[in-house]
Design a protein around this ligand. Structure first.
Ligand code: SF4
Length: 401
């Protein structure tokens, strides 16, 4: 069996497969995949232990020194606090002999209480809040099961999390915002950074395929991101980090701002998505295309066996190599046909499979150009930037994928 090495394993674990709200864009509950219906509502303590053993053995087998557990859902805070605490203890018990471990929770923050904050503090759980902007924008898609907006309840949780930061109980929460191409990215950035005080903001590219997104909508993603960029520049606060921009600058300059503030993600990360029944697969945005990659069982398929499975080898190759259509693009060494943003799915079409440019190609090209121009305007040497792109480009071309 072929050996594999990673710096760390990042496990996105669906500890609950139900949600207290019903976002219209949710790819789990409101798009093509209906896999969740057959899954337990909540991961049992027994399955938690089996998943933890999978990760511990996987870390040993791949030399990964760190395991990052991301509590995901559904809404992970729908679990009882006592069950959540038990789950954290099991992960620590099973994994700490094999690797260091850290916890993150991705939540809509609507169920935050002081008791939850104490639990986050006890286990050093960092909190990411899903929020799409001010009330009139957030509540377009982020609605509850009765169709009511959720903003006010989210803000109640966010306020408690920031208070916990002020009191020295928790690090500041981060914000995750799904890009809606119809909205004004600058206005959304201003709300998240200026009005609410988020310092770390991740704008997520839409989870769409070439078949599901129109060219017009795809173009607006670039307009959105450029408005975010302009608002970010205007704010001119170096403590506010936007992952999309920082990642680009880090690559182009080698200057590691994310590392300086403790947020660096290594390149050698194995990302796994794990369901409440203990089945697992790659980054789960591919679920909108097919459920075929998510059938590996933590009880009988080790991570090394999983990595050597031909279907997973193929998807890994697709992820790491750009399609032939990207061959002449100056950004290919960075963008890798969009998969550098975790969006292999943006390449997919029913006719060509993954052998396409990203549906967001024109937007990405335009945003990269804006970011690169800013670097050059700041006096950064363009030759070394393009030299870096050239060197990496040769690593990502794929003759056939
Ligand atoms: S910008 Fe477009 S052509 Fe260039 S690598 Fe990305 S998807 Fe491919």
């Amino acid at each position: 069996m072929k050996a594999h090495h990673f710096d760390s394993i990042e496990a996105v674990i669906k500890v609950t497969e139900r949600c207290n709200i019903n976002c219209t864009y949710c790819y789990i509950f409101n798009k093509e995949s209906d896999l969740y219906e057959s899954k337990p509502k909540q991961m049992s303590a027994q399955t938690v232990r089996e998943v933890a053993r999978l990760l511990a053995n996987g870390a040993l087998d791949t030399n990964a020194k760190h395991v990052r557990v991301i509590f995901h859902g559904g809404e992970p805070m729908m679990m009882k606090i006592s069950a959540f605490e038990e789950m954290c203890k099991i992960f620590i018990e099973e994994i700490e002999h094999a690797a260091t471990i850290s916890f993150t929770i991705q939540t809509n923050a609507m169920l935050v209480t002081d008791e939850w904050i104490s639990l986050f503090q006890k286990f050093n759980i960092t909190v990411g809040v899903s929020i799409d902007g001010p009330k009139h924008i957030n509540d377009i898609a982020r609605v509850d099961h009765k169709g009511h907006g959720t903003y006010d309840r989210v803000i109640s949780g966010v306020t408690q999390l920031f208070q916990a930061e002020k009191d020295g109980r928790l690090p500041a929460p981060g914000a995750l915002c799904v890009i809606d191409p119809e909205q004004d990215g600058g206005l959304i950035f201003d709300h998240l950074a200026r009005s609410l005080g988020f310092k770390f903001i991740d704008f997520l590219l839409p989870i769409e395929t070439r078949d599901s997104m129109s060219d017009a909508a795809a173009l607006k993603v670039g307009v959105y991101l450029k408005k975010v960029f302009a608002a970010w520049q205007e704010l001119n606060d170096k403590t506010v980090t936007i992952r999309f921009f920082d990642k680009f600058y880090t690559f182009m300059t080698g200057f590691d701002r994310l590392q300086m503030i403790g947020l660096q993600r290594s390149n050698g990360v194995l990302i796994l998505s794990i369901s409440s029944d203990g089945t697992y697969g790659p980054d789960d945005t591919l679920r909108i295309v097919s459920d075929e990659y998510y059938t590996y069982d933590c009880r009988n398929t080790s991570i090394i066996e999983y990595l050597n499975n031909p279907a997973i080898e193929n998807i890994t190759l697709l992820n790491n190599k750009a399609p032939a259509q990207c061959q002449d693009c100056i950004w290919v060494g960075y963008c890798v046909g969009g998969s550098n943003h975790g969006r292999l799915v943006n390449r997919y079409s029913k006719n060509n499979g993954y052998d396409n440019k990203s549906v967001l190609c024109k937007s990405l090209d335009s945003v990269y150009g804006t970011l690169a121009k800013t670097l050059i305007d700041f006096g950064y040497d363009s030759d070394s930037m393009f030299d870096r792109l050239d060197k990496t480009a040769s690593l990502v071309y794929a003759e056939e994928v």
